[in-house]
Design a protein around this ligand. Structure first.
Ligand SMILES: [Zn+2]
Length: 76
């Protein structure tokens, strides 16, 4: 079953449009498929990034802390 890219509601095919039963959004079938693909990709990217970003940020924080520590020791 197709899902509305906007609200996630049920989408029915009413030639020549796909119509969302929840919010009434309507679009052509090819547009819908394009949108669906794009949204799936964006979701994947968002999920993948957030976890990676978090770990990267953690490492960056530790690194800059050590750098700051070393610098202070140098100065003393
Ligand atoms: Zn909708």
């Amino acid at each position: 079953m197709a899902r509305c890219p906007d609200c996630g509601g049920e989408v029915k095919y009413k030639a020549p449009f796909m119509v969302c039963m929840d919010c009434g959004l309507s679009f052509r079938r090819d547009e819908f498929e394009k949108m669906e693909k794009k949204i799936k990709q964006e979701l994947k990217t968002a999920v993948g990034l957030s976890e990676e970003e978090k770990q990267r940020e953690d490492r960056e924080k530790k690194r800059s802390y050590y750098r700051w520590l070393m610098k202070r020791e140098d100065e003393d």
